[in-house]
Design a protein around this ligand. Structure first.
Ligand code: FAD
Length: 282
């Protein structure tokens, strides 16, 4: 099987120590020649400056293609447009356009800023109006927590594509069937942009389960069992995590998936090990 295309997600660091860890990870992962690397945007735009700084530094100091996440939470249309204009002017031409989570917490009702955009579709439209951005959007193989049905999610994805989205990246999931079922439904509904599976190797089990609960990702019993008793054995846990992530990718490869997007949480080793198992080397 051919080595897949890969890409990585990072988050903007809060402290100097975290900044060092991020750049150490970027340096370790860059030789794998990812298609792009994306940088998240904190809830309510809380990381606006840090996201911008990280994206700009990647652009200035590496050969990697940075992709900036952008949400419309707690921001007016003008504020979002300003960020978009700044990115385009500084040479950042790719974004992940998102609505973002309600500032009152996942699961509560999203209320748009009174002068703001309402959802990711609006952000895609805004970006495309400002310049010919390359735009990625999200999708949720197991349904967005606020969505009434997968059919609604498909409609939302179609609206984002009609607005100009070039590809979509999935929320993380544990079992290949979840992604494949969504992909089948998407294709049946005429969606033909790349649907990249988001792969998150387990770093901390507690953190993984918390995130999974927040975003409707089902964690099967066998998965939890695999990590049982490994809280104090990080090295063994990492081996199990990389092996589970590479099994998931291999199964998806046999179903024709050729691009994997890794949620690195700024830790290189798990993504590196998983990529190596898939034949991606420096
Ligand atoms: P949307 O796609 O806008 O969907 C949200 C809801 O809005 C839909 O269920 C629907 O009810 C409604 N809606 C959307 N479009 C339409 C339309 N055209 N007509 C009618 N209703 C519509 N969060 C962050 O804060 N920062 C990040 O950097 C970040 N990165 C992410 C990256 C990926 C790959 C993923 C999968 C998620 C990410 N998130 C991030 C989380 C995301 O912001 C939340 O899941 C949020 O709740 C939904 O955002 P969205 O862009 O998926 O919303």
């Amino acid at each position: 099987m051919n080595a897949p295309i890969i890409s990585f997600e990072f988050f903007p660091p809060k402290t100097e120590a975290m900044e060092e860890k991020l750049w150490d990870s970027i340096k370790q992962l860059a030789p794998l020649c990812p298609d792009f690397v994306s940088v998240t945007y904190g809830a309510g735009g809380s990381t606006r400056e840090r996201t911008h700084r990280t994206v700009k530094r990647i652009l200035d100091e590496t050969k990697l293609k940075p992709v900036a996440h952008l949400t419309c939470v707690d921001a007016s249309k003008e504020q979002v447009d300003e960020v978009l204009r700044e990115y385009w002017a500084s040479g950042v031409k790719s974004i992940v356009a998102l609505r973002g989570d309600p500032p009152t917490g996942v699961g509560t009702k999203f209320v748009a800023n009174i002068d703001g955009y309402h959802n990711a579709t609006d952000v895609v439209k805004a970006a495309k109006k400002i310049a010919d951005f390359d735009v990625s959007v999200s999708f949720y193989p197991e349904k967005h927590p606020e969505s009434p049905s997968l059919a609604h999610d498909i409609d939302v994805l179609k609206a984002k594509i009609d607005a100009g989205a070039n590809r979509a990246i999935s929320q993380f999931f544990c079992e290949p069937d979840k992604y494949l079922r969504f992909r089948d439904l998407a294709v049946k509904n005429g969606i033909n942009i790349p649907l990249l599976p988001g792969i998150m190797p387990v770093g901390s089990v507690k953190g993984y389960l918390r995130m999974a609960a927040g975003c409707n990702t089902e964690v099967p019993a066998w998965f939890i069992d695999a990590f049982e008793g490994l809280d104090e054995s990080p090295e063994v846990r990492d081996l199990v995590a990389a092996s589970i992530a590479s099994d998931l990718c291999t199964k998806l490869q046999t179903e024709g998936v050729s691009h994997f997007h890794f949620y690195t949480l700024n830790k290189a080793s798990l993504a590196l090990a998983t990529c190596r198992r898939l034949g991606v080397k420096s």
